[in-house]
Ligand binder design. Structure first.
Ligand SMILES: Nc1ncnc2c1ncn2[C@@H]1O[C@H](COP(=O)(O)OP(=O)(O)OP(=O)(O)O)[C@@H](O)[C@H]1O
Ligand SMILES: [Mg+2]
Length: 236
């Protein structure tokens, strides 16, 4: 009954009983360059390629070309998956609410786009990259929170498992608006810390509802095949 959606990120799935619980809305947070987009690309690629679960990656800050390039760099060839409609990369970054001078799209516009698209694609996995981009649409944190709450309710009503990317400015782990982690079913934090003049990557599962999850801060590496979490090691 309790289906899990594996990410295919080496070392990660075993920390969370096999993957994200089906139908949940999850947050992947961390500072710039911490690997959030790469983590979520793994999630989509793995579903499309190995689980026959069509995946939709909605980019608001990166172009499709840049995402494809990342996939290619790490040997995840998505061309065939794209052609057959199993991996959809959608660039909504250029969309403005009213014309080119308007503000970036908000949750309402995103929902209007997603409702029919998720159905026609039969998407089982969804990534929104990122919430921070949508946050620009809202003048106050209160409005952002309210709309995010409604948006996550919409997502839970869909037949899809979602990863929302959120940027956090510091290493405390809290996402930009400080509310995202309360609304989401899980929060996976990717860290980027300077230690003795070198950057160190980490991954911590801060929260995951319905799951007996690991709580250790693990080292994470970027290798030729993408992200690798050292599941047996601990950052001290
Ligand atoms: N070929 C590579 N080998 C090793 N590391 C790489 C390679 N390509 C990218 N990286 C690392 O991955 C980082 C980018 O990861 P990613 O784009 O997933 O981060 P992000 O958290 O989404 O960042 P942002 O907040 O800017 O969107 C780069 O800054 C770089 O440190
Ligand atoms: Mg990114």
């Amino acid at each position: 009954m309790d289906e899990r959606l594996a990410t295919g990120v080496e070392g990660f799935d075993s920390l969370v009983q096999g993957g994200f619980p089906e139908g949940t809305v999850n947050l992947v947070g961390g500072p710039a360059g911490s690997g959030k987009s790469l983590f979520c690309l793994h999630f989509c690629h793995y579903g499309a390629r190995f689980r026959d679960e069509p995946s939709m990656y909605v980019a608001l800050e990166e172009t499709k070309a840049s995402l494809s390039r990342v996939l290619r760099t790490f040997g995840m060839n998505a061309e065939n998956l794209e052609r057959t409609g199993r991996f959809l990369m959608i660039d909504l970054g250029e969309l403005r609410v009213s014309g080119p001078e308007g503000s970036p799209i908000g949750f309402r516009e995103l929902q209007e786009f997603l409702a029919p698209s998720l159905k026609s694609a039969r998407a089982k996995r969804l990534v929104i990259d990122s919430l921070s981009a949508i946050g620009l649409h809202y003048p106050t944190p209160g409005e952002f929170r309210e709309r995010l709450f409604a948006f996550s309710r919409f997502l839970r009503d869909q037949d899809v498992t979602t990863l929302l990317i959120a940027e956090s400015a510091d290493s405390s782990g809290f996402a930009a608006h400080g509310v995202e982690e309360f609304i989401a079913d899980s929060f996976v934090h990717l860290g980027l810390e300077e230690v003795k003049g070198e950057l160190r990557r980490t991954l911590t599962v801060r929260k995951m509802r319905f799951t007996k999850h690991d709580t250790t801060k693990h080292p994470m590496y970027i290798t030729e095949t993408g992200l690798v979490v050292a599941a047996d090691e601990k950052v001290v």
